[in-house]
Design a protein around this ligand. Sequence first.
Ligand SMILES: Nc1ncnc2c1ncn2[C@@H]1O[C@H](COP(=O)(O)OP(=O)(O)OP(=O)(O)O)[C@@H](O)[C@H]1O
Ligand SMILES: O=C(O)c1ccc[n+]([C@@H]2O[C@H](COP(=O)([O-])O)[C@@H](O)[C@H]2O)c1
Length: 208
Amino acid sequence: MRLGIYGGSFSPIHHGHLLLAESCREQCQLDEVWFLPAAVSPLKQDANPASNAHRVAMLELAIAGNQAFKVSPIELERGGISYTVDTLREVQQIVPHAQLFLLVGADSFAGFYHWRAINEICELATICTVGRPGSDLNDWGRLPEVLTDDQMIQIKEHFVEMPLIGLSSTDIRQRIADGRSIRYMVPRSVEKYIETQHVFRSQESHVS
Ligand SMILES: Nc1ncnc2c1ncn2[C@@H]1O[C@H](COP(=O)(O)OP(=O)(O)OP(=O)(O)O)[C@@H](O)[C@H]1O
Ligand SMILES: O=C(O)c1ccc[n+]([C@@H]2O[C@H](COP(=O)([O-])O)[C@@H](O)[C@H]2O)c1
């Protein structure tokens, strides 16, 4: 099985996330893509995402009907800071025969040099990178100092094409706070959930 591993805060999930996952599924011939909401994203430790329950509920609504997409709670259940290397090790235990592909947007990839154990990450999974407005996938910074030539070639062979989508969860949360429209930025089911559950409106929704 070719398995896509897609981590993020997903607070909330939006159409940029969904198109990224679908583009990787198609172009990397993935059998499944697992969405893994982070307990605490290592480089966004000061962020205050919606509760775990809300993020999982919105993810489930967003992927409903897509047999290839699943939500995995393993980072939430592990708790603490969600280091990707720990997640990949855990997934390897759960599905030992799966070939793992790590899906990463360009802004996250720009910080990849600072992630924990990046050589091991590259051993455990093939990195699939996707463009995002404002981040240049060709700017590798100091990565060539730490990655092997083979690792760099493998990453370059897995650039995934997708129309650039200038959506971000931060902007969507700001729009909600301002009482502005988020229609067509997130699936309708997610929009309705945010509305009826008052997510991002009350302090309560930020508590796990
Ligand atoms: N519009 C987008 N285009 C391409 N990749 C994206 C887009 N939005 C998010 N991603 C990627 O999805 C992953 C998870 O992102 P995350 O859940 O942090 O969303 P975000 O919109 O960046 O959130 P926030 O604004 O709260 O920081 C990261 O790899 C990120 O690069
Ligand atoms: O393992 C790390 O050191 C690491 C550092 C930064 C980000 N990540 C993961 O990358 C994913 C997207 O993170 P972010 O900060 O762009 O939302 C999420 O699953 C994080 O756990 C992982």
